[in-house]
Write a protein that binds this ligand. Structure first.
Ligand code: MG
Ligand code: MG
Length: 259
Protein backbone atom coordinates (compact mmCIF):
# COMPACT_ATOMS: atom_id res chain seq x y z
CA UNK A 1 0.00 0.00 0.00
CA UNK A 2 1.16 3.54 -0.74
CA UNK A 3 1.97 5.94 2.06
CA UNK A 4 0.90 9.56 2.30
CA UNK A 5 3.35 12.13 3.64
CA UNK A 6 3.00 14.21 6.81
CA UNK A 7 1.93 17.85 6.64
CA UNK A 8 5.47 18.87 7.51
CA UNK A 9 6.99 16.80 4.71
CA UNK A 10 4.44 18.14 2.21
CA UNK A 11 5.35 21.73 3.14
CA UNK A 12 9.00 20.97 2.42
CA UNK A 13 8.13 19.49 -0.98
CA UNK A 14 5.98 22.56 -1.61
CA UNK A 15 8.89 24.92 -0.92
CA UNK A 16 11.16 22.96 -3.23
CA UNK A 17 8.48 22.83 -5.91
CA UNK A 18 7.91 26.58 -5.67
CA UNK A 19 11.61 27.17 -6.21
CA UNK A 20 11.44 24.94 -9.28
CA UNK A 21 8.58 27.10 -10.63
CA UNK A 22 10.63 30.25 -10.03
CA UNK A 23 13.68 28.73 -11.66
CA UNK A 24 11.67 27.80 -14.74
CA UNK A 25 10.35 31.38 -14.84
CA UNK A 26 13.94 32.60 -14.83
CA UNK A 27 14.57 30.26 -17.77
CA UNK A 28 11.40 31.56 -19.47
CA UNK A 29 12.75 35.10 -19.36
CA UNK A 30 15.84 34.00 -21.32
CA UNK A 31 14.30 31.78 -23.99
CA UNK A 32 14.63 33.44 -27.40
CA UNK A 33 16.28 32.72 -30.75
CA UNK A 34 20.06 32.76 -30.28
CA UNK A 35 20.18 31.59 -26.66
CA UNK A 36 21.95 28.30 -25.99
CA UNK A 37 20.64 25.55 -23.72
CA UNK A 38 23.91 25.72 -21.78
CA UNK A 39 23.26 29.41 -20.99
CA UNK A 40 19.84 28.48 -19.62
CA UNK A 41 21.40 25.70 -17.57
CA UNK A 42 24.04 28.02 -16.08
CA UNK A 43 21.43 30.55 -15.08
CA UNK A 44 19.31 27.83 -13.43
CA UNK A 45 22.34 26.53 -11.53
CA UNK A 46 23.09 30.02 -10.14
CA UNK A 47 19.45 30.76 -9.36
CA UNK A 48 18.96 27.51 -7.46
CA UNK A 49 22.15 28.03 -5.46
CA UNK A 50 21.25 31.67 -4.73
CA UNK A 51 18.07 30.35 -3.13
CA UNK A 52 19.81 27.94 -0.78
CA UNK A 53 19.11 24.76 -2.73
CA UNK A 54 20.99 22.42 -5.00
CA UNK A 55 19.98 21.28 -8.49
CA UNK A 56 18.22 17.96 -8.17
CA UNK A 57 19.44 16.49 -11.44
CA UNK A 58 23.12 17.52 -11.37
CA UNK A 59 25.13 14.31 -10.91
CA UNK A 60 21.92 12.29 -10.49
CA UNK A 61 22.98 8.91 -11.89
CA UNK A 62 25.81 10.89 -13.45
CA UNK A 63 23.69 13.49 -15.29
CA UNK A 64 26.11 16.33 -16.13
CA UNK A 65 23.84 19.41 -15.77
CA UNK A 66 21.21 21.15 -13.67
CA UNK A 67 18.43 21.14 -16.25
CA UNK A 68 17.32 18.56 -18.76
CA UNK A 69 16.72 20.51 -21.98
CA UNK A 70 15.12 18.51 -24.77
CA UNK A 71 14.70 20.24 -28.13
CA UNK A 72 12.07 19.40 -30.77
CA UNK A 73 12.24 15.61 -31.33
CA UNK A 74 13.99 15.13 -27.98
CA UNK A 75 11.42 13.93 -25.46
CA UNK A 76 13.28 14.14 -22.15
CA UNK A 77 16.74 13.91 -20.55
CA UNK A 78 18.41 16.18 -23.13
CA UNK A 79 21.85 17.46 -22.14
CA UNK A 80 22.18 21.26 -22.47
CA UNK A 81 24.56 22.12 -25.31
CA UNK A 82 26.07 25.22 -26.91
CA UNK A 83 23.98 25.17 -30.06
CA UNK A 84 21.90 28.34 -30.47
CA UNK A 85 18.18 27.70 -30.63
CA UNK A 86 16.22 29.11 -33.56
CA UNK A 87 12.78 30.52 -34.22
CA UNK A 88 10.23 27.68 -34.30
CA UNK A 89 12.10 25.34 -31.94
CA UNK A 90 10.50 23.99 -28.80
CA UNK A 91 12.45 23.31 -25.62
CA UNK A 92 11.19 20.96 -22.95
CA UNK A 93 12.92 22.09 -19.79
CA UNK A 94 12.79 19.78 -16.79
CA UNK A 95 14.00 21.10 -13.45
CA UNK A 96 14.45 19.52 -10.06
CA UNK A 97 15.78 20.99 -6.84
CA UNK A 98 16.75 19.56 -3.48
CA UNK A 99 16.21 21.88 -0.53
CA UNK A 100 16.00 21.03 3.17
CA UNK A 101 16.19 17.35 2.27
CA UNK A 102 13.19 17.31 -0.10
CA UNK A 103 12.85 17.37 -3.87
CA UNK A 104 10.60 19.35 -6.17
CA UNK A 105 10.21 18.44 -9.84
CA UNK A 106 8.44 20.23 -12.69
CA UNK A 107 8.78 20.66 -16.44
CA UNK A 108 7.50 23.05 -19.10
CA UNK A 109 7.82 23.12 -22.87
CA UNK A 110 8.81 26.56 -24.16
CA UNK A 111 8.32 27.97 -27.64
CA UNK A 112 11.26 29.75 -29.24
CA UNK A 113 9.72 32.64 -31.15
CA UNK A 114 6.83 31.49 -33.31
CA UNK A 115 6.04 27.80 -33.69
CA UNK A 116 3.79 26.11 -36.22
CA UNK A 117 0.08 25.69 -35.46
CA UNK A 118 0.64 21.94 -35.39
CA UNK A 119 3.28 22.24 -32.66
CA UNK A 120 1.29 24.84 -30.73
CA UNK A 121 -1.67 22.44 -30.62
CA UNK A 122 0.61 19.66 -29.35
CA UNK A 123 1.78 21.86 -26.49
CA UNK A 124 -1.76 22.91 -25.53
CA UNK A 125 -3.03 19.34 -25.59
CA UNK A 126 -0.09 18.03 -23.57
CA UNK A 127 -0.62 20.66 -20.90
CA UNK A 128 -4.35 19.92 -20.88
CA UNK A 129 -3.68 16.19 -20.53
CA UNK A 130 -1.55 16.96 -17.47
CA UNK A 131 -4.41 18.91 -15.91
CA UNK A 132 -6.87 16.11 -16.67
CA UNK A 133 -4.47 13.64 -15.05
CA UNK A 134 -4.24 15.84 -11.96
CA UNK A 135 -8.05 15.90 -11.72
CA UNK A 136 -7.93 12.14 -11.26
CA UNK A 137 -5.31 12.27 -8.51
CA UNK A 138 -7.78 12.09 -5.64
CA UNK A 139 -7.82 9.76 -2.66
CA UNK A 140 -9.61 6.51 -3.45
CA UNK A 141 -8.84 6.61 -7.17
CA UNK A 142 -6.10 4.42 -8.59
CA UNK A 143 -2.89 5.17 -10.45
CA UNK A 144 -4.49 3.84 -13.64
CA UNK A 145 -7.16 6.54 -13.50
CA UNK A 146 -4.47 9.19 -13.97
CA UNK A 147 -2.86 7.44 -16.93
CA UNK A 148 -6.22 6.74 -18.50
CA UNK A 149 -7.17 10.43 -18.45
CA UNK A 150 -3.84 11.55 -19.90
CA UNK A 151 -3.85 8.91 -22.62
CA UNK A 152 -7.45 9.56 -23.63
CA UNK A 153 -6.85 13.27 -24.16
CA UNK A 154 -3.62 12.72 -26.10
CA UNK A 155 -4.84 9.92 -28.30
CA UNK A 156 -8.18 11.48 -29.18
CA UNK A 157 -6.12 14.32 -30.65
CA UNK A 158 -4.08 11.85 -32.68
CA UNK A 159 -0.87 11.98 -30.65
CA UNK A 160 1.45 9.24 -29.40
CA UNK A 161 1.87 8.66 -25.66
CA UNK A 162 5.37 7.69 -24.57
CA UNK A 163 5.33 4.42 -22.64
CA UNK A 164 8.94 3.99 -21.57
CA UNK A 165 9.11 6.95 -19.18
CA UNK A 166 6.66 7.66 -16.39
CA UNK A 167 5.79 9.95 -13.51
CA UNK A 168 6.72 8.98 -9.97
CA UNK A 169 6.41 9.51 -6.27
CA UNK A 170 8.94 11.91 -4.74
CA UNK A 171 10.05 13.37 -1.43
CA UNK A 172 13.40 12.64 0.19
CA UNK A 173 14.23 10.84 -3.02
CA UNK A 174 13.69 12.15 -6.54
CA UNK A 175 12.03 8.91 -7.56
CA UNK A 176 9.85 7.01 -5.12
CA UNK A 177 6.92 4.62 -5.46
CA UNK A 178 4.59 4.55 -7.26
CA UNK A 179 5.37 4.76 -10.95
CA UNK A 180 2.75 6.95 -12.62
CA UNK A 181 2.40 6.00 -16.30
CA UNK A 182 0.75 8.34 -18.79
CA UNK A 183 -1.37 5.49 -20.06
CA UNK A 184 -3.54 2.99 -18.28
CA UNK A 185 -6.88 1.55 -17.49
CA UNK A 186 -9.48 3.00 -15.21
CA UNK A 187 -9.66 1.34 -11.81
CA UNK A 188 -6.29 -0.40 -12.14
CA UNK A 189 -3.09 -0.01 -10.18
CA UNK A 190 -2.35 1.02 -6.59
CA UNK A 191 -4.94 3.03 -4.67
CA UNK A 192 -4.09 6.72 -4.24
CA UNK A 193 -4.06 7.82 -0.61
CA UNK A 194 -4.43 11.23 1.00
CA UNK A 195 -1.02 12.94 1.30
CA UNK A 196 0.66 10.90 -1.44
CA UNK A 197 3.11 13.16 -3.30
CA UNK A 198 3.64 12.36 -6.97
CA UNK A 199 4.95 13.97 -10.13
CA UNK A 200 2.62 13.63 -13.11
CA UNK A 201 4.46 14.24 -16.37
CA UNK A 202 2.92 13.47 -19.75
CA UNK A 203 5.40 13.10 -22.61
CA UNK A 204 3.31 13.38 -25.76
CA UNK A 205 4.54 12.94 -29.33
CA UNK A 206 3.19 14.70 -32.40
CA UNK A 207 3.68 11.44 -34.29
CA UNK A 208 3.95 7.87 -33.10
CA UNK A 209 4.60 6.78 -29.53
CA UNK A 210 7.95 5.06 -30.10
CA UNK A 211 11.19 6.50 -28.71
CA UNK A 212 14.87 5.67 -28.74
CA UNK A 213 17.94 6.81 -26.85
CA UNK A 214 20.82 8.74 -28.37
CA UNK A 215 24.39 7.57 -28.04
CA UNK A 216 25.07 10.20 -25.37
CA UNK A 217 23.42 7.71 -23.02
CA UNK A 218 20.77 10.21 -21.93
CA UNK A 219 18.68 11.94 -24.58
CA UNK A 220 15.41 10.20 -25.43
CA UNK A 221 14.12 11.11 -28.90
CA UNK A 222 11.03 10.18 -30.85
CA UNK A 223 11.65 7.24 -33.19
CA UNK A 224 10.02 9.14 -36.08
CA UNK A 225 11.92 12.35 -35.14
CA UNK A 226 8.71 14.37 -34.91
CA UNK A 227 8.40 16.88 -32.03
CA UNK A 228 7.46 15.90 -28.49
CA UNK A 229 6.14 17.93 -25.55
CA UNK A 230 6.56 17.50 -21.79
CA UNK A 231 4.79 19.20 -18.89
CA UNK A 232 5.13 18.11 -15.28
CA UNK A 233 3.68 19.08 -11.92
CA UNK A 234 4.46 17.84 -8.44
CA UNK A 235 1.13 17.36 -6.68
CA UNK A 236 -0.30 15.96 -3.47
CA UNK A 237 -3.26 13.59 -3.56
CA UNK A 238 -6.15 14.87 -1.49
CA UNK A 239 -9.72 13.87 -0.83
CA UNK A 240 -11.93 15.44 -3.50
CA UNK A 241 -9.26 17.49 -5.29
CA UNK A 242 -5.49 17.22 -5.70
CA UNK A 243 -3.30 20.10 -4.63
CA UNK A 244 -0.65 21.24 -7.10
CA UNK A 245 2.62 21.98 -5.28
CA UNK A 246 4.64 23.20 -8.24
CA UNK A 247 3.38 26.09 -10.34
CA UNK A 248 3.42 27.47 -13.89
CA UNK A 249 2.19 30.83 -12.62
CA UNK A 250 5.60 32.54 -12.54
CA UNK A 251 6.51 31.09 -15.93
CA UNK A 252 3.33 32.21 -17.58
CA UNK A 253 3.59 35.70 -16.05
CA UNK A 254 7.02 36.02 -17.65
CA UNK A 255 5.78 34.69 -20.98
CA UNK A 256 2.89 37.17 -21.00
CA UNK A 257 5.28 40.06 -20.42
CA UNK A 258 7.56 38.80 -23.18
CA UNK A 259 4.66 38.45 -25.64
MG1 MG B 1 11.02 16.34 -14.00
MG1 MG C 1 9.75 13.80 -12.77
Amino acid sequence: MLRGKSGEEIELVRESSLLVGKTLAEVASLVRPGVTPLELDKRAYEFIHDHGAVPGFLNYNGFPNSLCISKNEAVVHGIPDEKEVVDGDILSVDCGVLMNGYYGDSAYTFKVGEVSKEVDDLLETTKRSLMLGIEQAVAGNRVGDIGFAVQLEAERNGYGVVRELVGHGLGKKLHEAPEVPNFGKRGRGPVLVDGLVIAIEPMINLGKKGVSQLRDGWTIVTADRKPSAHYEHTIVVRKGKAEVLSTFEFIEEKLKIEA
